[in-house]
Design a binder for this molecule. Structure first.
Ligand code: ZN
Length: 69
């Protein structure tokens, strides 16, 4: 599986994160600061878990809203 680079907001170091760690918050290998969890695939949220997902995620979010009507 692929890996991705996450830049630490505390020290600026690049951290390689394996793709299988999707959704898991890690720690910077340089300063041990918490790295935000990454999602490599779209996450489906609804009106019950939308606020909690946003509150628990510190990274950028692209949202697509739709309705069946
Ligand atoms: Zn760091």
């Amino acid at each position: 599986m692929s890996s991705y680079l996450i830049t630490c907001r505390s020290c600026g170091s690049a951290n390689r994160v394996p793709g299988e760690k999707q959704g898991i918050a890690g720690h910077c290998g340089n300063c041990r600061a918490t790295l935000p969890p990454l999602y490599f695939e779209p996450q489906q949220v609804n009106d019950e878990n939308f606020d909690a997902f946003l509150a628990g995620y510190s990274g950028p979010i692209i949202a697509e809203f739709w309705a069946p009507w």
